[in-house]
Design a protein around this ligand. Structure first.
Ligand SMILES: [Zn+2]
Length: 134
């Protein structure tokens, strides 16, 4: 396998695909600020995933390649979870640990692989929020 090809699980194709390494000029042509960022793209379905670009392995994918629906669902999770730890009512790390306990796997937003999983995370966040002091 060439260095510019990576085997990544693609949620839309439901298999590990040979993703192609590209950058922001292809994925977000109107976002010059993202032009330099690496992305892995599945040429079968056209979906993509970003990378841990701030780390030494700057082309390591964040997770699987999500579908458009999963991307939207992840945004909803962030919209729900972020204000919670930003408010200081719970630390981000503690929140993620609580979520992981409730959903049964080590939680990170990029690991959400289906809309159903995102829904479960949202429910967990809502339950946790209810249990916190206002
Ligand atoms: Zn695909």
């Amino acid at each position: 396998m060439a260095k510019s090809e990576g085997a990544i699980y693609c949620c839309d194709c439901a298999v590990e695909v040979r993703a192609r390494l590209t950058d922001g000029t292809e994925i977000y042509p109107h976002r010059r600020d993202l032009a330099e960022l690496p992305f892995w793209k599945c040429d079968v379905c056209g979906n993509y995933v970003g990378c841990h670009h701030k780390t030494r392995e700057r082309t390591r994918p964040l997770g699987c390649i999500p579908t458009q629906q999963i991307r939207e669902a992840r945004k909803q999770v962030h919209a729900l979870a972020d204000p919670l730890w930003q408010s200081g009512r719970i630390e981000r790390r503690a929140l993620y640990v609580e979520i992981s306990k409730r959903i049964g796997w080590s939680y990170h937003t990029a690991k959400i692989m289906s809309v159903e999983e995102a829904r479960k995370v949202c429910l967990a966040v809502q339950e946790i929020a209810k249990g916190l002091q206002p």
